[in-house]
Ligand binder design. Sequence first.
Ligand code: SF4
Ligand code: SF4
Length: 127
Amino acid sequence: MAIIISQEKCTGCEVCSSACAPLALLRSVGDRRLSIAIDYSKCNLCGDCERLCPEDALRITESPVTTPGSISLFECEMAKCDNCGRYFAPKPLIDKFKRILKDRDPRIVASLGLCPVCKDQAIDKVP
Ligand code: SF4
Ligand code: SF4
């Protein structure tokens, strides 16, 4: 079997890696990018990652895996804070929230472009 993640559907939310009890799904952040990889030697085929993915982006297939070690499944850019420039969250995830909320309060959409530290500071300034 093999696990695949759709580059188009995945938002980088990390639900799958958080749910993976044997830590077979590994997330890493570096060079302003998020990546998710699998170590098949740890995977017990529990199916939790496929079941819990909110985007229906992850599939467990019947294809055989021949490559040993850790295999990259997904990669995306990180979003940059509009205030301090820090890279703070997967960009596809932030973009999705912005699309969903674009017709609501513009302050909410603006706050989605801020990292947690700048968001807290902005909240503290609200009278
Ligand atoms: S099938 Fe289970 S063990 Fe394997 S990667 Fe998914 S959550 Fe982890
Ligand atoms: S595969 Fe699904 S659960 Fe995992 S990061 Fe992508 S969208 Fe989230």
